[in-house]
Structures are given as structure tokens and as C-alpha cells.
Design a protein around this ligand. Structure first.
Ligand code: NAD
Length: 329
């Protein structure tokens, strides 16, 4: 991606979004964030994220602009596109999280599907030709074959969240087909690291261990997650942005995983070891909306994007626990 390009990031105040903003400012890009500071978790954390991005912009603060608004508001969105004329859009805003999608399926469909259509409409109307769409490993459901490959079927989602992410990929393809928008759908595999969303397991486990509260422990501990450290995800996003920017009529789907699956028991043990405190487990049945195992085949992302995640799980957990102690205790 050439210098001086303007990148519009939806969900720029969130976990992955704020890291992406900081990274791109460090690469001398102009960055525009769109976020409604939704209350899926503390909006204060998100405002703090934006302040942190502003600090990262430093004296180059004319290269960063934050717009507060809802991607479901087509008029607001049209105004942002008109004013900022982005070269590329990284669409991360969403209702994220599997568990709460079971309780709020309508909200998830509205934000994740209708909101995505609004973004695509703005791209069409303003002639913007490059988009990265944040999809999820959850689209694979309980795929019998491991690791998950982009060519595997993704038509048996287990949660409303997964279904909306798959719907987002499909509507992205339609806009690519009709309007020649270059689109990379990035299937993120459980992202963790400093600033992580509080509803995710590593955050909840660390909080419980450090505060001496029981950890809700689902199933027998053998379920697996392919965890991806935030810096590896940002590297994948950057590579996908370059890919989308350099070529014509491109549409593809990429797994962005950490390429090493870790069991639930191993996850808790790694946090205990780093925190220096033993966990109290509160055993609960496996949840029907949770995928049992996730594992990413990243050979396609390696071959096409040069993606090569390098963060060891132990090292990533240390970075997370250190950050949690500094920022949340
Ligand atoms: N974190 C992960 O492990 C993971 C895994 C797979 C996919 N993803 C996807 O990556 C993206 C970013 O995830 P995250 O973990 O950073 O989540 P996050 O909740 O921290 O960030 C999402 C941001 O979107 C904003 N948002 C929500 N609804 C909005 C709306 N209607 N209008 C404008 N902004 C809105 C939120 O306020 C939030 O700041 C999401 O699309 C998520 O589904 C994340």
C-alpha cells in the first residue's frame, strides 16, 4: 500500500481496530476511525483506546480522525466517506462474541449484516475499490476436518454470530462481482493480547485467577483454540491491505490463525503459571454454540500474503498478563 493513502477503519476504537490504527499511523498512513463506542463492554475502554491512538499520532495528529457513529446509519456513513475519501476500508466494526449472539440474534444480524451492506453501498457510491472484511474462524462450525482450510464448507454455523460473519463474506462477494471491489475476507482465529475484549476466555480467566474468583470451565478441558497474538493479526491485516491494493478484480478468503492449537486445560495452566496463582475451576457443560476445536490451515495465507505468525503462546500470554496487571487491576 503506497504512502499517503487514507485508510478508514470501522471499529477503530475496539481491540483489533485500535491496534490497527496505531500500526498504520506508524507506517505514515492517514487513518480515519468510525466507531459508535457500543456497550458490549465498557465504552470507557474504547475511549481510552482512541486516546492511545491519538497519543501514537503525536505531532502528526492531522493524520488521525475519529468519527463517533453507527454503521447502521447510512446517512452518517455516507457523510464520513464523502468527507474523508478513503482509499481503502478495513471493516472491523461488529457485534463480536458468540455467547451474547445467542441472546441478541436480531442485533447481531442488524449490525453485522445490514451494517456491512451500508459499508459496501458507500464503497460503491464513492468509487472505493479496496476492502478488508473481518470474518471469523467460527464460520467453519464443527468442521470434521482439522485444520480448517478456506476451501472447506462453511455452511453449518453454530451461533448467530458465526452465521452473520458468513453472511458478511457472501455479500462481500456479491459487491466484488457486481462492482469490481477488491475484497479480502480475513477469518481471524481467536485473537488475544494487550487490550483484548473482556468477554474472551483469556481475559476472563486472567481476571478470575488474579481476583481469586472461580473460572467457568466448560467441558472436560480438551476443547481447543488456535490462538493468534494481536501483533500477528496486525501483520496479516497489513499484508492483506497490500494484496488488495496491488491488483485488479481480487476476491479471496484468508485464514489468519496462530497455527498452534491449545487446549482449554493448557490455556488455564499457562495463565496460572504466568500469574503465579492457582485457578479455582467451576465445571460447566460444553456450550452448544461453541465450536469444539479450531485450528487454522494457513498455507494459503502464507503462499499468497507471506503471512507467518511467530508469537509463541507462552510469550503472548506473558504479554497479556503483564498488560492486564498494569491496566486493569
Ligand atoms: N477478537 C477476536 O478473537 C476475533 C475473532 C474473529 C473475528 N473477530 C472480528 O474482528 C472484529 C474486531 O473484533 P474485536 O475483538 O476488536 O472486537 P471489539 O468489540 O473490541 O471491536 C469492535 C468495535 O466495533 C464497534 N461497533 C460495534 N457495533 C458498531 C456499530 N453499530 N457501529 C459502529 N461501530 C460499532 C464497537 O464499539 C467496537 O469498538 C469484529 O468484526 C470481530 O467479529 C474478532
Amino acid at each position: 500500500m503506497r504512502d499517503n493513502k487514507t485508510v478508514l477503519i470501522t471499529g477503530g476504537a475496539g481491540f483489533i481496530g485500535s491496534h490497527t490504527c496505531k500500526f498504520l499511523l506508524g507506517r505514515d498512513r492517514c487513518v480515519v476511525s468510525v466507531d459508535n463506542f457500543s456497550d458490549n463492554y465498557s465504552p470507557e475502554y474504547k475511549r481510552e483506546n482512541i486516546k492511545c491512538v491519538q497519543r501514537a499520532a503525536g505531532s502528526a495528529n492531522n493524520r488521525f480522525e475519529s468519527f463517533e457513529g453507527d454503521i447502521r446509519d447510512a446517512v452518517f456513513l455516507d457523510g464520513v466517506f464523502r468527507e474523508t475519501r478513503p482509499d481503502i476500508v478495513i471493516h472491523l466494526a461488529a457485534c463480536a462474541g458468540v455467547r451474547s449472539s445467542v441472546l441478541n440474534p436480531g442485533l447481531y444480524a442488524d449490525v453485522n449484516v445490514n451494517g456491512t451492506v451500508n459499508i459496501l453501498e458507500c464503497m460503491k457510491n464513492h468509487g472505493i475499490g479496496k476492502l478488508l472484511f473481518a470474518s471469523s474462524s467460527s464460520v467453519y462450525g464443527n468442521n470434521a476436518k482439522l485444520p480448517f482450510c478456506e476451501s472447506d464448507p462453511a455452511d453449518r454455523p453454530l451461533s448467530p454470530y458465526a452465521a452473520t460473519k458468513r453472511a458478511g463474506e457472501l455479500i462481500c462477494h456479491t459487491y466484488h462481482h457486481l462492482y469490481d471491489i477488491n475484497i479480502a475476507c480475513l477469518r481471524f482465529f481467536t485473537v488475544y493480547g494487550p487490550g483484548q475484549r473482556p468477554d474472551l476466555a483469556i481475559y476472563r480467566f486472567t481476571e478470575s485467577v488474579l481476583k481469586g474468583k472461580p473460572i467457568p470451565f466448560y467441558g472436560d478441558g480438551s476443547s481447543e483454540r488456535d490462538y493468534t497474538f494481536i501483533e500477528d493479526i496486525i501483520d496479516g491485516i497489513w499484508r492483506a491491505a497490500i494484496w488488495a491494493d496491488n491488483g485488479e478484480k481480487r476476491f479471496d478468503v484468508f485464514n489468519l490463525g496462530g497455527s498452534a492449537a491449545v487446549t482449554l486445560s493448557e490455556t488455564v495452566a499457562a495463565i496460572e503459571s504466568e500469574a503465579g496463582v492457582g485457578a479455582v475451576l467451576d465445571f460447566k457443560p460444553q456450550q452448544p454454540w461453541e465450536v469444539y476445536k479450531t485450528s487454522a490451515d494457513i498455507s494459503h495465507s502464507k503462499a499468497v500474503l507471506g503471512y507467518n505468525p511467530g508469537t509463541e503462546f507462552k510469550k503472548g500470554i506473558k504479554a497479556f498478563v503483564d498488560w492486564y496487571k498494569r491496566s486493569r487491576l
